[in-house]
Design a protein around this ligand. Structure first.
Ligand SMILES: [Zn+2]
Length: 119
């Protein structure tokens, strides 16, 4: 497998920055929505409160997933800065470009990732 060219890395970097923007905006919205639910709780009936709590739990879950995504993006961007980008964090092998194209924030090669899933 060949190493990533600077050009390819810059493309992934741009995609990561774009994804980071999208996630940051989404998290801001989710933070707002969970605040609104908290404020309204005292004035709600029991059923709508349950609905609201369920909705809030869902928003919280989505927000956590987005925050996790943001962490992955930040670490991918810092790996670009330190010239470690594109290498598997576990075995140091090159991660395939096809895999990075699906998700530029991946930090494991396909082999290590599938090992991790089995655990
Ligand atoms: Zn690996």
């Amino acid at each position: 497998m060949t190493e990533l060219s600077d050009e390819t890395i810059q493309e992934f970097r741009a995609a990561l920055i774009e994804n980071r923007k999208v996630l940051t905006t989404a998290i801001e919205g989710e933070t707002e929505s969970s605040k609104i639910v908290e404020l309204d709780q005292s004035t709600m009936g029991r059923l709508s409160r349950m609905d609201a709590l369920q909705g809030q739990a869902m928003i919280k879950e989505t927000k956590q997933r987005h925050e996790e995504g943001l962490r992955k993006i930040s670490s991918a961007l810092s790996r670009i800065e330190s010239d470690d980008y594109g290498y598997c964090l576990r075995c140091d092998e090159l991660i395939s470009v096809a895999r990075l194209e699906v998700d530029p924030a991946v930090s494991l090669c396909i082999r290590c990732a599938s090992l991790e899933e089995q655990v």
